[in-house]
Design a protein around this ligand. Structure first.
Ligand SMILES: O=C[C@H](O)[C@H](O)[C@H](O)COP(=O)(O)O
Length: 163
């Protein structure tokens, strides 16, 4: 599996560990930065680049997922979700990691590197990567509605308000 990762200064130490861990597990890791510590760097471009790469790879039929992380994971999730085709889930335990795939077919997860031990955060990522999307009809339907809204600004038959 190709895994695109990105962070900011708050996740840089975890990033080093994660690259080693995922590479040892046989994944191809592509790091979208940052490459050095700068306490004043900004997560949006790093995370958007990782998300763009996931969306691009998946559109080409390449198996790819993304992992973004920072202090809380909140801003990183928000950034990734700005990219068309990305479903980025904030993950904070094993259950949310698995559900991100099982229910949401998330193609990116976000984690707060300051909120967990390295071991716990790593286990959430492993669980996310290992979990398949079984494709149950109700989840496919809901994901399709999100995609329709992203594409058209509306969801047919669902009374989405227009301003
Ligand atoms: O949502 C944003 C992330 O958690 C950032 O990693 C965090 O805001 C960085 O905080 P600071 O600039 O105070 O280190």
């Amino acid at each position: 599996m190709r895994i695109h990762i990105a962070t900011d200064h708050a996740g840089l130490d975890f990033s080093t560990h994660l690259i080693t861990h995922l590479t040892a597990a046989g994944h191809e890791v592509i790091d979208h930065g940052p490459t050095s510590y700068d306490a004043l760097d900004d997560y949006p471009a790093f995370c958007i680049n990782a998300a763009l790469a996931v969306a691009h790879d998946q559109a080409q039929g390449i198996e790819a997922l993304g992992v973004v992380f920072g202090g809380s994971g909140n801003g990183e999730q928000i950034a990734a979700n700005k990219v068309t085709g990305i479903r980025a889930a904030l993950v904070w335990n094993l259950s949310t990691a698995q559900l991100a795939r099982e229910h949401n077919d998330a193609n990116v997860i976000s984690i707060g590197a300051r909120q967990h031990t390295i071991e716990d955060a790593t286990s959430f990522i492993d669980a996310f990567i290992a979990e398949p999307f079984p494709g149950e009809e109700r989840h496919v339907r809901r994901i399709s509605q999100l995609a329709e809204y992203e594409r058209t600004g509306d969801i047919a038959g669902k009374n989405v308000d227009q301003y």
